[in-house]
Design a protein around this ligand. Sequence first.
Ligand SMILES: [Zn+2]
Length: 81
Amino acid sequence: MKCPVDGTLLSMTEIKSLIVDYCPQCRGVWLPRDSLNKLIERAERQTKPPESPAAPATTEKTGEEKPKTIVDDILEGFGLK
Ligand SMILES: [Zn+2]
């Protein structure tokens, strides 16, 4: 498949068991439908609040750390982060 933006041949790669096509030229990413569905499923799972709020209150937090999202995984997979 060629990039619809610049016509560069897309490379297929696997990130966290998701198959994606990406363009090395403009860094566009295309998801096959199956991969998109998986991605949405994971995102929905990640945004759910934790099942057990009864965590020990002794945990000291050193600065707010944002929860890692699937988007972070993808960016890291492409070395963009
Ligand atoms: Zn492109």
